[in-house]
Structures are given as C-alpha cells and as structure tokens.
Design a protein around this ligand. Structure first.
Ligand SMILES: O=C(O)C(=O)C[C@H](O)C(=O)CO
Ligand code: ZN
Length: 276
C-alpha cells in the first residue's frame, strides 16, 4: 500500500507542482486486473480501485493495516464507476450497476469483485475509514440515493449531488459518500467553496474524456493552488483546504468524507471574492 503522510498548510507555499501532486493527487488507482490501495494519514482514509476483468479479485486480510482483517476496525464505501459487476461480501452477492454504491461494514472477512463483461469492466472506487461499530453491509442503488439539485445555469454551476452513504439514506459509523454530476453545459462544482474543519474529504473525478482535465482548486482560501486532474484521479482535501473545480469537458465525481461528525451541512462557506 502506498502511504501519504499528510501535509501542514504551512508547507504549501514551498511546494512545487510535483510535490503538490505527489501529496494530494492519486493518479494510479485503476489498473485492469488489479486492486490498488493508497493509505493516507489524513484521517486514515484508504482510497482504493479495483478493475476485475476475466476473473475475480478479492481482498480481506489486514496485514497492511495491522489488524487480523482489513475490516477489523474499518468500514468502506464502494462506488461502481464502470460497467455492471458484482461485489460479494462474506458470501452475499450484490449486483452493482454503474453509479450504485455498496456499504461494507466492520467485521467483514472478504470482499470479492467481478465484472459482468470483461469488455466493459466494472471500475470499483473505494473509500475506507476507521469504524467503531458493526453495521450490516448493503447495496445502495442510484435510485435509492438522495438527490439535491444545486447551482444555477447562469453561473455554470448547476449540478445534482446524490447522497448514498449518509444518515438520511443508510447508516454508517463516520463515512459519508456520494456522487455529484454537473448538468450539461455546466462546468463548476462546489460553488461557493467551503471548508469543514471537522471533516476531511476525497474527490475521485470520472466520466472525463481522455483529452479533458478538471482544474481542481485547493489550499487555504487566501492562498489557493490548483491541480490538473485526469479521469480516474483522486484528490485529497484536508480539513483546512477548499475543494472545488471546473472541467474542460463533462465530468462527475465521487466525494467521500470522514472526521468528527456526519453533518453534511457543518461547513464554513468562503465567499468567492475572498479567494486569493
Ligand atoms: O458540487 C458540490 O457542491 C459537491 O459535490 C460538494 C461536496 O459534496 C462537498 O464538498 C461536501 O462537503
Ligand atoms: Zn466539502
């Protein structure tokens, strides 16, 4: 497992592009026929990617996290960003269509991934965080998610945010997970920007054409930086960082959060005029 140790905001002014990307951008999560994980000390969130094709992929041992099982003290959300597939959690099979999410609870012994069609493989994106209780694993389909319509066409930021792992949809310990889709011809996400000192966040951008990029803005509001983000890349957003962006073409992203609470509205908005 690759490990990211986390950075103080005081380090940002001295970081060049490569260092900034090395600490905050995860570029290599998805490889056909592999499961990949990145462990971050930012609230100990683990990011993962699995692309099964022509066979199954599985995991469950805890050697990398220092416990008997991966899930001895963890929970996870798994979003399918690709073709239809299955996630088998301790023998229970979930049929997972594109944009469905599986919640995997603490105590799980094994997770197995498969694609329905190797020519159009499932692309499973994972967020795992420490958990303090056993909660049953379950599938949350796109239809079962809770949509919020945000933004406006006139500001190019109209979008639908869908909550999947959220107290109003399904219980978890401290993980929150959802998917946001900008409306056609709208490019901005997360406007106005905000901070949430009590939670970190990770974004995984997807459904972006190969030639396009999302300009993801990060950093303290008074000293922002940017990351040029490609399809399938994930971005870490510590509690002190804004997180917002604009695409050069259509895109969507999965957001995952953990921290002190699950209060989605516990945010401090930042006025655009105050960004530097
Ligand atoms: O477009 C948005 O707005 C979002 O997707 C916001 C994220 O979910 C977020 O930053 C939650 O704190
Ligand atoms: Zn946020």
């Amino acid at each position: 497992m690759r490990v990211l140790y986390g950075v103080s905001p005081a380090d940002i002014p001295s970081m060049d592009t490569d260092r900034l990307r090395g600490e905050f951008l995860v570029e290599d999560l998805f490889a056909v026929g592999e499961i990949r994980f990145v462990y971050t000390h930012v609230d100990r969130m683990i990011l993962g990617g699995a692309v099964p094709a022509g066979g199954t992929l599985s995991f469950g041992g805890g050697a990398d996290v220092g416990t008997e099982l991966f899930f001895t003290a963890r929970e996870m959300g798994i979003a399918n960003l690709g073709g239809a597939g299955t996630v088998i959690v301790d023998g229970e099979t979930f049929a997972v269509a594109n944009r469905d999410v599986v919640y995997v609870g603490r105590g799980t012994r094994e997770v197995v991934f498969a694609s329905d069609d190797a020519a159009s493989p499932a692309r499973f994106y994972m967020n795992s965080v420490p958990a303090g209780a056993d909660i049953a694993s379950r599938l949350i389909t796109r239809a079962q998610s809770k949509p919020l319509t945000l933004g406006e066409d006139a500001r190019s930021n109209k979008r639908t945010l869908r909550m999947y792992i959220h107290p109003e949809v399904t219980p978890s310990c401290l993980l929150l997970m959802g998917i946001t889709d900008p409306a056609p011809n709208n490019i901005w996400n997360t406007m106005p920007p905000h901070l949430h000192e009590r939670r970190m966040e990770a974004y995984c951008y997807f459904d972006l054409a190969d030639e396009d990029r999302v300009v993801h803005l990060m950093g303290r509001p008074d000293s922002t930086r940017h990351l040029m983000v490609a399809d399938g890349n994930a971005v870490l957003s510590p509690a002190w960082s804004i997180h917002m962006g604009a695409g050069t073409g259509p895109y969507a992203f999965v957001w995952g959060m953990t921290g002190e609470n699950q209060a989605y509205t516990d945010v401090d908005p930042v006025a655009v005029k105050d960004l530097k």
